[in-house]
Design a protein around this ligand. Structure first.
Ligand SMILES: [Zn+2]
Length: 354
């Protein structure tokens, strides 16, 4: 019942900020003709046509569409029940009515909005819900996996990532990159698992704030630089942010509890990879934003990403079954880091073009 009220408040907030009239499956450009069907199409695209798309996205971000938000909300809804269960397994069940809704906040961290007498509404950035699966997909296809060679020539990873980050930084949480081909088989399973865990980690961090009572001593912070103009969040201070990261990681590790020891050893590195990828993306997005002259909303509300990663790695080291899990996760983060100069070069080309 109360979660239903939070759902209504979420739609009200979207309307107030002129984002969408509702969250119904409205018309939109999902599954439109403008998408890649094969990875060879991604690689074969000419530099001018890709540059043209990057440049035009910067000039005219699409209007917010109910269809995109509807799909993203379904992603959040589809994983929330499991997340509540994981928090319970970790011993930190959230009793306060709690609802995660998609919203163009422009922040990689979800924002907590306590609704007095009702519960807590958590706003998850619409851009993040595109960014995480897209980056993971590019990472999976441009590396050898499951004994198969890459589907995308590794040299094209940077240009493909450039489009995804360009959409994230300049699309106002409304425009996504040109949809990439679908994956199949084990690659698709890996993408689904990591994208789900990464997104759940973002929401679990807010659950941790609620469970630990962090919001009681919080203060309102307003940032004018979000995709919808001024927006509020509850700030809690860095020590509590570190604590929420650690609790969120433990909530995610609870997903291993139901697995056999054998499966657990296989899955753990990817779970750790998904959690650390979120923090690594914070760092990459802030580096790219700085280079592109974009201001990231609520940037100072959380500790710098590198400090969060360091604190997280130290914490995880005490709670993992296989110490090598950290090494696998670090390797994924390094892969991403090494693509950043290539992405920056694409951004420079867009600037020259504009
Ligand atoms: Zn937080």
């Amino acid at each position: 019942m109360t979660v239903g009220v939070l759902r209504k408040k979420h739609v009200e907030l979207l309307r107030q900020h002129r984002v969408a009239d509702g969250l119904g499956p409205a018309r939109g450009r999902l599954d439109g003709p403008d998408r890649y069907h094969t990875w060879s199409q991604v690689a074969a695209e000419s530099v001018p046509s890709r540059l043209h798309r990057l440049t035009s996205l910067r000039l005219r971000p699409d209007a917010y569409t109910g269809a995109e938000l509807h799909a993203s909300q379904q992603v959040l809804d589809g994983q929330s029940e499991e997340l509540f269960g994981l928090a319970e397994t970790a011993g930190w069940a959230v009793r306060t009515p709690f609802f995660a809704g998609v919203f163009p906040t422009g922040s990689m961290n979800a924002l907590c909005r306590p609704m007095p007498g009702t519960g807590v509404l958590v706003l998850v950035d619409s851009g993040l819900l595109h960014l995480v699966p897209d980056v993971l997909k590019i990472m999976i296809v441009s590396r050898s996996s499951f004994g198969e060679s890459p589907l995308l020539e590794p040299a094209f990873a940077a240009s493909t990532l450039a489009e995804v980050f360009n959409a994230h930084l300049f699309g106002n949480g409304a425009a996504a990159a040109r949809p990439l081909p679908e994956l199949a088989g084990q690659r698709q399973d890996l993408l689904r698992l990591m994208a789900r865990r990464a997104t759940q980690f973002v929401v679990a961090h807010e659950m941790a704030h609620v469970h630990a009572g962090h919001l009681l001593g919080s203060w309102r912070q307003t940032d004018p630089h979000t995709p919808v103009g001024a927006l509020d969040m509850q700030a809690v201070g860095w020590p509590r942010e570190y604590e929420a990261d650690r609790m969120a990681a433990r909530i995610m590790l609870a997903s291993l509890a139901v697995l056999s020891p054998w499966d657990r050893d296989i899955v753990e590195p990817y779970l750790v990879g998904a959690v650390l990828l979120v923090l690594a993306l914070h760092e990459v997005v802030s580096v790219l934003a700085k280079a592109a002259g974009r201001v990231l909303p609520f940037a100072g509300s959380h500790p710098p990403a590198l400090l969060r990663i360091q604190s997280m790695v130290e914490h995880l080291a005490e709670h993992l079954r296989t110490p090598e899990s950290i090494a696998v996760a670090a390797e994924l983060a390094t892969w991403l880091d090494e693509r950043v100069p290539g992405v920056l070069e694409w951004f420079r080309l867009v600037d020259v073009q504009a």
